[in-house]
Ligand binder design. Structure first.
Ligand code: NAD
Ligand code: TDX
Length: 332
């Protein structure tokens, strides 16, 4: 691996991965990103110009993808429509990017015989009951709930079929909920942090008892790099850092860290079909590939993330009004 093509590298997790790779390896990186509402070139500032290039374009643009694949030896595919609430309001872009986009990349991977890593989510497995002690493993049956997660499940199945039928050299990872810098303010943690920073109240869907398994974006990046270096072709690896928290606990922590009263939030209308609990068992990745997360203290990682949003208002302020207007129209 030396010439990496990263799709969706101007988004939250992709940009964290690009910073991580350029800081920790000698690889060169090209980002292919459409710059939808979720892409932000400001997330890619400060990278070494001799090892980094940005190309604006769509992963479903076959001629462009073909041209770029010819110039690289490894592809990491982050590009996606990624927000469940948007997928409930308008599913179509999710089909275009997550399914047709992934299909377009797989066809190019087949033509160019290139190493391909597909980034996916634990949401493909559906949800667990709140009182169920079990976690998702690589053997859990697919059972997605939302238009978003069903298109991600479909994209995973396309990757598996292209491995089996056409010998594409692909791996897949399914990660739990990420937090960290450069995450769009539509998502739970940045929305609540920036609400509090603006003097507004956090908004908790329903009773706030839903559980998410939080991992810092840097740990997701180190796991992906480990899979690229040591993963077995055709395999799926679950990525998680044992970070289960319910949403109410997270909001209370954000309020407390920012010096506000822990009960200073609103309950708003629940998300339709809201998944109850996600939890990842990442034993395979840890034992077979020797990966370990670095951010084991969620409260410390959250405090760092809060500090980043406090110091980088210029990055998120332009997204905030339009995002809140969209939520207000949904009663959220
Ligand atoms: P994001 O919405 O922040 O970023 C997505 C990026 O993809 C944006 O830069 C956008 O411009 C780009 N993009 C969208 N459509 C495109 C297209 N057609 N062509 C090229 N670029 C396009 O998303 P994220 O939260 O960083 O998620 C990245 C990936 O990680 C996704 O595949 C997502 O399913 C997966 N994932 C996310 C999480 C999470 O907690 N956010 C957890 C597990 C897996
Ligand atoms: O304002 C809010 N209030 C609230 O209570 C928002 C935006 C969310 N929530 C809840 C819904 C979820 O239970 O917080 C939890 C997290 O919500 P999101 O940030 O929207 O994430 P989620 O739906 O869990 O999906 C995320 O993790 C898996 C990513 O957005 C996906 O891309 C990834 O696949």
């Amino acid at each position: 691996m030396s010439r990496l093509l990263v799709t969706g590298g101007a988004g939250f997790i992709g940009s964290n991965f690009v910073h991580y790779v350029l800081a920790n390896t000698d690889n060169t990186v090209t980002v292919l990103d459409k710059l939808t509402y979720a892409g932000n070139l400001a997330s890619l500032e400060g990278l070494p110009a001799d090892r980094f290039r940005f190309v604006r374009g769509d992963v479903a643009d076959a001629p462009l993808v073909d041209e770029l694949f010819a110039e690289h030896d490894t592809v990491v595919h982050y590009a996606a429509e990624s927000h469940n609430d948007n997928s409930l309001a308008n599913p179509r872009p999710f089909l275009d990017t997550n399914l047709i986009g992934t299909y377009t990349l797989l066809e190019a991977a087949r033509t160019h015989d290139i190493r391909f890593h597909h980034i996916s989510t634990d949401e493909v497995y559906g949800d667990l009951e709140l009182d169920d002690p079990s976690k998702f493993t690589e053997q859990t049956p697919y059972n997605p709930s939302s238009p978003y997660s069903s298109t991600k499940a479909g994209s995973d199945l396309l990757v598996r079929a292209w491995v089996r039928s056409f010998g594409v050299k692909a791996t897949i990872s399914n990660c739990s909920n990420n937090y960290g810098p450069y995450q769009h303010v539509e998502k739970f943690i940045p929305r609540q942090i920036t609400n509090v920073l603006r003097g507004e109240r956090p908004k908790l869907y329903g009773r706030g008892e839903n559980v998410r398994d939080w991992i810092h974006a840097n740990d997701h990046s180190s796991a992906v790099l480990t899979i690229l270096e040591k993963g077995r072709i055709g395999e799926t690896y679950l990525i998680g850092a044992d970070g289960e928290k319910n949403n109410k606990e997270v909001v209370e922590l954000i309020l407390t860290i920012l010096g506000r009263s822990a009960d200073d939030y609103d309950h708003v209308v629940d998300r339709p079909g809201h998944d109850l609990r996600y939890a990842i068992d990442s034993t395979r990745l840890r034992t077979e590939l020797g990966w370990q997360p670095e951010f084991s203290d969620f409260e410390a990682g959250l405090a760092d993330t809060i500090a980043w949003y406090r110091d980088n208002e210029g990055w998120w302020a332009p997204q905030k009004d339009a995002t809140e207007a969209k939520y207000a129209a949904q009663g959220q």
